[in-house]
Ligand binder design. Sequence first.
Ligand code: 0RA
Length: 636
Amino acid sequence: MVQGNASYEAKDIQVLEGLEAVRRRPGMYVGGTDVKALHHLIYEVVDNAIDEALAGSCDHIEIIIHADNSVTVNDNGRGIPVDIHPQMKKSALEVVMTQLHAGGKFGGGGYKVSGGLHGVGVSAVNALSEWCKVEVKRDGKIHVQRYERGYPTKPIEVIGKTKADETGTSVTFKFDTSIFQGDVNYRFETLSQRFREMAFVTRGVNIRFVDERSNRELTFYFEGGITSFVRYMNRNRGGLHSVVYVEKEIDNIGIEAAIQYTDAFTESVYAFANTINTVDGGTHLTGLRSALTRVINDYARKNNLLKDSDPNFSGEDTREGLTAIVSIKHPEPQFESQTKVKLMNPEVQTYTQQIVGEAFSTFLEETPAAARAIVQKCLTSARARSAARKARDLVIRKSALESLTLPGKLADCSERDSNKTELYIVEGDSAGGSAKQGRDRHFQAILPLRGKILNTERARLDKILSNNEVKALISALGTGISDGFNLEGLRYGRVIIMTDADVDGSHIRTLLLTFFFRYMQPLIEKGHLYIAQPPLYRISYRKQLKYAYTEPEKDRIVKELGEDKISLQRYKGLGEMNPIQLWETTMNPENRTLLLVTIEDATEADRTFDMLMGAAVPPRRRFIQTHARDVRNLDV
Ligand code: 0RA
């Protein structure tokens, strides 16, 4: 244990014990000893700087990760107070740095608003650092102190004068490797994401993030705050109107919202409480949503856009294509748990609903063109939802009946024991033909799907249920879908998706995966769904024939055989393979590779699918192209 020098004795014991407690149980204070906890060390310091920005005293924050993994956080706030604390009889700076929870108790005025995960203050960061250095510019002087594992190595020193009126705090710390172990590397992406969000919800603050380990640097500054955030999210979507923004304070609670409807089908709404992204929502989110639903219904009724016979729009109807941010600043936020992902304060719901409701209602009244476009969007969404419901009910009911009548396109196998059978879902008629001829008809069944038809149905997943190809698929499998799904009806133990190794092929594969994920999840969970792996190249050399399934494999084989005497064929589609080749390379259990589709994290998978299914074509294409060959990415 590192001891402080002679002037830190009896009276400090309590303080020192506090820091020992942090070191003994880091989990209690920073949530663990892993990378996530490591990131919290940085957030804790940055949160203090953000508080200075929220108090109107700071507009520049700089975070630097040095090559040795030490981190500097600079801000131009008021600087940690340095006057002598009357009870402690020592500098407030030292108390802030070494006493737990000392954070917001000094200086009066503002309250601590931004929320480090556990709000324990810089002292916890100090306690968990091998060494730490703080430099404060305040009262015209530069004050410094250095610490080791939380203990000051010397009293505070004044090392110089500041430029006129200059204030600010600079904290540099190196986490203690005896506490943080395992993969202890700060992640640039995770950190920049958080700093971007902080900059969005703290309008006008400039956050510069420098990573000296990799020489990367980003600066976040959003003049428009959360309005910019909404524009950023809608950069690939078509907005139906300009961003609606409202900001008000009631009862010391700051409430801000930015709203824009788009022509997309997905909802992107984010809620922040004290700059924290509350991913599980809470009362601020509920308040925002119910305000929008109520206001749109009122407006539509008043203007006869909803007929007397029409039911009100549901919450879902008013959320299609909605992009919104709600951000609140609360002096006493209540969170559901330590992890701060859900805001619980009940009064926030009332206030948010009121403030957003008023602003949005005014906007609709004053901007009739926008109002009509929004109501139209809700009408379309309501109709589609109702049609989809009917189609789905029909499919569920029908598939129960139709499971006896197999689709005409299906080339069934003779084996009836589903433990032994396989169904190949094949894209395109020509590949379907090869597969039918090449298969072992004893246990392999083939269902050709017309890819193009599926491909155009990208907007609404519900819609694909009424598609004939998909209906054939449902009948062939024999399980039914959704609530009516019954694994016991499954006619094939292995369901294998076989598509071309190109962009369209991977799009169709994604569509099928989405379909299975949404309507036949147990099929994935119980390990019945697979993806076939056709080869990319056929390499022949005299009488030898080889297949390569990846680029590196091709390069290796070409090198082995010698480049001149070989003939190389790149398969663009399954249709280019003759039945025998298809059997040998992709269908024969002796030689083929199948990828099992698993659901590691259903939530994550749903997000990926949503992103892929969103209305904006360019990003989706990019995603599919990037990951087309990396099938494991689809196995989320
Ligand atoms: C205690 C009181 C005040 C500010 C701070 C601490 C403070 C802490 C950190 C940590 C990093 N940067 C910081 N900036 C400020 C209020 C000061 C006042 O009222 O003058």
